[in-house]
Design a protein around this ligand. Structure first.
Ligand SMILES: Nc1ncnc2c1ncn2[C@@H]1O[C@H](COP(=O)(O)OP(=O)(O)O)[C@@H](O)[C@H]1O
Ligand SMILES: [Mg+2]
Length: 253
């Protein structure tokens, strides 16, 4: 049975001033699956993923046309409240960016902003989020210590814990492992497999092996266009487009 589409992108175009960065993107993103976006540097991967939570909106000179439906509602409609939209999509970036505060306060940050004051409740959320990101056993004895003293991989998992502490529906990862060593990368990849049981995941990566390992579906971007999209195994083993084949076999990019 076909799984439900959580996100549907239709005829999405984006310009930075007069330079077009996304061209007629159409893509269906399935619920509780991992969708990878691959392609060479500068092809529009980050621009694309930032359109899914309207993070590009504040950029000066930007123009966006087309539609992005989440659960059937176009998030570019005028009546959308962007603040509540962003709560539904957590974002994790290339460089781990914990706040300069304790491990506990990093994870409790979002829930506190959302008005949770009860200490016991906050403790529960922090522990659950840290367990769900496989960090609990590593940090449970240093919750009051600065998050900036953790290793790079731990910091990135902490950022994921901070993101899921506010219970989003969708997780957006923009090259989450490019600043990490192979062991830390492996942990994040394992974690993504666990998290997809609860979340719909979109991951941008320029690492094709990573896309092949972690994703169910893959989209190949080139110069702002989605050249090919399909089940990851099919796209890697039997690409339909010559340009996809050239890219994944390393002849280009
Ligand atoms: N804020 C911006 N203003 C102007 N141009 C931008 C901006 N961000 C990205 N671009 C341009 O848009 C294109 C796509 O960039 P990006 O989405 O960052 O690609 P990728 O993530 O695949 O490396 C590039 O040519 C880049 O220079
Ligand atoms: Mg990028």
């Amino acid at each position: 049975m076909e799984k439900e589409n959580k996100i549907k992108v239709r005829d999405l175009n984006l310009w930075y001033n007069d330079k077009q960065a996304l061209k007629d993107n159409n893509i269906d993103i399935k619920k509780n699956k991992v969708t990878a976006i691959i392609g060479p540097s500068g092809c529009g991967k980050s621009t694309f993923i930032r359109c899914l939570n309207r993070m590009n909106d504040p950029i000066e000179g930007i123009r966006i046309t087309g539609k992005v439906f989440i659960d059937g509602k176009n998030i570019y409609d005028k009546d959308i409240d962007v603040v509540s939209l962003r709560r539904r999509l957590g974002m994790v970036f290339q460089r781990p960016n914990p706040f300069p505060m304790s491990v506990f306060d990093n994870v409790a940050y979002g829930p506190r902003i959302h008005g949770i004051r009860d200490k016991k409740k906050l403790k529960e959320i922090v522990e659950e989020s840290l367990r769900d990101t496989t960090l609990w056993d590593e940090v449970s004895d240093r919750l009051d210590k600065s998050a900036l003293d953790l290793s790079g991989g731990q910091m990135q998992r902490l950022c994921i814990a901070r993101t899921i502490a506010v219970k989003p529906e969708i997780l957006l990862f923009d090259e989450p492992c490019s600043a990490l060593d192979p062991i830390a990368t492996g942990k994040i990849e394992e974690l993504i497999q666990e998290l997809k049981k609860q979340y719909t995941i979109v991951i941008v990566t320029h690492n094709m092996q990573q896309a092949a390992r972690v994703s169910d579906y893959t989209g190949y971007f080139l110069l702002g266009e989605m050249i090919e999209f399909g089940k990851t195994k099919e796209l890697f083993e039997n690409p339909k487009e010559k340009s996809t084949e050239d890219y994944i076999t390393g002849r280009f990019g």
